[in-house]
Design a protein around this ligand. Structure first.
Ligand code: GLP
Length: 236
């Protein structure tokens, strides 16, 4: 893993932009995208750059169950706001959390991922080490699946909702096996509340209890951290 410790969100954005630029120079055409507060500075840098995505494809990691696309906390809304309205793709895929048959939606999404192998996947990390919405205990062999969100994640994500009761209890998420198939991964984490998860995923054992720890086995990962998130690492 290549570790980049940054001192500001602007710097994080620029580092992320460089990773995207290099991947595109090397032929990347399919981008796995993430939501959450972490990727915002990277998306800001990208959308202010001269990069053009109109011939490329994006595939998002996850979506809540049951939120309409125009709900301000849906991941569809987030992606339009921070990325697609500024830099459109030829096609952007996101899981449909409103599908009547969510099980067949997961199969459909796996087909999309298989037909469009991801060149560069961007990830954040949950406080409990989750990636996408793959909570601790999720099989490393998982493909797209319906997730019961943990109390920890519901609590963490409630800061975006008016009350905790409004946070959906389920989501559809790309699986860990699908994430690991990406040619390259860029993961970022900021703030002291991520420090424990960062230490465990980089320096701890590879275990399904810490979903992000599987990234130790991926051949091409860049990790962008601020000082707080990196605080518990023994090697920097
Ligand atoms: C959610 C998303 C993840 C994201 C995580 C952390 O659970 N499904 O993809 O990495 O939140 O979010 P944040 O970056 O806001 O800390």
């Amino acid at each position: 893993m290549k570790l980049e410790i940054i001192n500001s969100q602007i710097e994080a954005g620029q580092k992320g932009l460089q990773v995207f630029k290099k991947a595109i120079q090397q032929g990347a055409q399919v981008f796995g995208l993430a939501t959450g507060s972490t990727p915002i500075s990277i998306y800001d840098a990208i959308t202010q750059s001269d990069l053009d995505f109109t011939k490329f494809i994006s595939i998002n990691l996850d979506e809540y169950k049951g939120l309409s696309n125009d709900h301000p906390e849906s991941y569809h809304y987030f992606m339009n706001k921070y990325f697609f309205s500024k830099k459109p793709f030829a096609h952007s895929y996101m899981p449909n959390g409103l599908a009547n048959d969510l099980k067949s939606e997961t199969k459909h999404y796996d087909q999309i991922i298989n037909d469009n192998p991801i060149d560069l996947q961007i990830l954040g990390i949950g406080r409990n080490g989750h990636i996408g919405f793959n909570e601790p205990g999720t099989s490393f062999k998982s493909q797209t699946h319906i997730v019961n969100l943990t109390d920890n994640t519901i609590q963490a994500n409630s800061r975006f909702f008016d009350s905790i009761d409004q946070v959906p209890k389920q989501a559809v998420s790309m699986g860990i096996a699908s994430i690991m198939k990406s040619k390259e991964i860029l993961i970022a984490a900021y703030g002291k509340e991520k420090a424990q998860a960062v230490k465990e995923f980089i320096e701890g054992p590879v275990t399904e209890d810490v979903p992000a720890s599987i990234l130790q086995k991926h051949p091409k990962v860049t990790v962008i951290l601020d000082q707080d998130a990196a605080a518990l690492l023994s090697k920097k």
